[in-house]
Write a protein that binds this ligand. Structure first.
Ligand SMILES: [Zn+2]
Ligand SMILES: [Zn+2]
Length: 495
């Protein structure tokens, strides 16, 4: 609308118009002008697709943020860059699904932490790197499942320990000497330590079958403060949900992804939503009730097949109705959708404006380009980095962070794995210098992909506890090398 140059989650060739947030939330346009009457002769999803392709879409979900324009699904961030699904963050880069952190780079699902690098599923940690499932730790590196620890290296399952390496007590002097000898500020030193962590941790220390903290009657992994959950992963403060991923503050819901932070209840097939009550098949709707097949609707109630509405009630395909007419027509549409086998299904894949390979589907169900196209999904080619003339091969970067000149900010670096060029931003360089870490040689998207691949699958196997032989459910598949303990044996080992 305003013709200004914007950052958008949709590429320039999207079929629909894209509005920047200030235009989108303004009263300078009316989403009802794109509305249409329900046509009994046509299937509902075809009509929804037509509306989808005509209505202006919000360029990016990014509210109340300051100097953080490259962040999506974000709220109240300051000085952040390329983070997604993160809120109340300051000076964080390349992270995802994180809240209330400061100065964190390349993290996944962290909370209330500061100065973290390459950490995941960790809470209230400080000045640490390569941690997984750790809480209240500081100056810890390459470790898993630590609580209340400081100055630990290559450790797992420790509580309130200091100066430990491979779960063995060291003197402070020994600890510092060994840490120093790893030369983590060099690329080769860091790579070697990563490899040691990967191989030795799983060889030496048992893991708990499922990571659940303060949970009651739950089936799933990485859950905290949950009750009666089935097949749910990465969740907190939720109850009575089934088939959920990344679920916060959600109750009595099913088939749900990326739900939080305002309480949601009675949702089915909702994704990227918050504060919903009694909603079916919704994408990116914030605060609403009685929504069916809606996308990007904010503070709306009782709407069916609507897109980009704010504070509306009783609408179908972006058209207003009286309450009674709405109810009659909604019932007719449900009848027709049931006949067509559409009612209760998710949106048709064809509605996705994203390539399969650039979506999260590729992480969980990876397919080749040919498979993707033959299944009728979109494939997106990588874009060239505009305006960059100086490209350096990543392998030719200096080993040590001290050797990197400020001029690196004007170059692009060619990723050693994907050949995609990427840039280093100023704040990032400052972070690596402060933390004494070498420059990464892999594209941020690829780093994100590697990090996500470290998560256990969203699948439960029946196995036996390696100690007491009791039958357990676990996300560690039988062919993995880790020693798996049931919760009881694990707690005996740890405390
Ligand atoms: Zn605009
Ligand atoms: Zn056991």
């Amino acid at each position: 609308m305003c013709k200004s140059n914007i950052v958008s989650m949709y590429s320039a060739d999207a079929q629909f118009p894209v509005y920047c947030p200030s235009c989108f939330y303004s009263d300078r346009w009316d989403p009802f002008t794109f509305g249409r009457e329900y046509d009994v002769r046509k299937g509902f999803s075809d009509q929804l697709t037509e509306l989808w392709n005509a209505v202006p879409h919000l360029s990016i979900m990014n509210k109340q943020s300051e100097n953080s324009e490259y962040c999506n699904y974000s709220y109240a961030n300051k000085n952040c860059y390329l983070t997604a699904g993160s809120h109340y963050e300051e000076d964080c880069l390349y992270g995802a699904y994180s809240t209330k952190n400061r100065d964190c780079v390349d993290c996944l699902w962290t909370y209330g932490s500061e100065l973290l690098y390459e950490c995941m599923f960790s809470k209230n940690c400080y000045s640490s790197a390569f941690l997984d499932h750790c809480e209240d730790c500081k100056n810890c590196f390459f470790s898993r499942d630590l609580k209340g620890c400081s100055d630990c290296l290559f450790c797992a399952n420790l509580r309130q320990k200091r100066f430990y390496i491979f779960n063995e007590q060291k003197t402070e002097e020994e600890f510092r000497r060994i840490l120093e000898s790893l030369q983590l500020s060099t690329f080769s030193g860091l790579e070697k330590a990563k490899q040691t962590c990967r191989i030795e941790l799983q060889r030496r220390f048992p893991v708990r079958a499922l990571y659940q903290v303060q949970c009651e009657n739950c089936e799933g992994d990485t859950l905290s403060n949950c009750k009666n959950m089935r097949k749910c992963f990465y969740g907190s403060d939720s109850e009575d949900c089934v088939y959920g991923m990344q679920v916060d503050g959600t109750y009595s819901s099913m088939d749900i992804d990326y739900m939080g932070y305002d309480r949601s209840e009675l949702c089915y097939q909702t994704i990227g939503c918050l504060g919903l009550h009694n909603c079916v098949t919704c994408n990116a709707c914030w605060n609403g009730s009685g929504l069916r097949y809606c996308q990007n609707c904010f503070s709306c109630a009782d709407c069916f097949g609507c897109i980009s509405l704010q504070q509306q009630k009783y609408c179908i395909l972006n058209r207003r109705y009286a309450k009674e007419d709405y109810e009659k027509l909604a019932a007719r549409i449900i009848e027709r959708m049931t006949e067509d086998g559409e009612w209760g299904e998710f949106f048709p894949t064809a509605l996705s404006p994203f390539g399969y390979n650039e979506s999260m589907a590729q992480d969980w169900v990876p397919l080749s380009k040919m498979e993707i196209l033959s299944r009728g999904h979109r494939w997106t080619e990588d874009e060239e980095l505009p305006g960059v003339t100086k490209i350096i091969e990543a392998a030719r970067l200096p080993e040590m962070i001290e050797e990197i000149p400020d001029d690196v900010l004007n170059w692009a670096i060619r990723c050693v794995q994907t050949a995609r060029p990427f840039r280093i931003v100023k704040k990032e360089l400052e972070f690596y210098r402060k933390m004494q870490l070498p420059l990464p040689r892999i594209h941020p998207d690829e780093r994100h992909r590697h990090r996500k691949a470290l998560r256990n699958p969203r699948k439960l196997w029946s196995r036996n506890c390696a100690k007491c032989a009791r039958e357990i459910q676990t996300t560690y598949s039988p062919d993995r090398p880790e020693t798996i303990f049931c919760e009881e044996c694990y707690l005996k080992e740890v405390y």
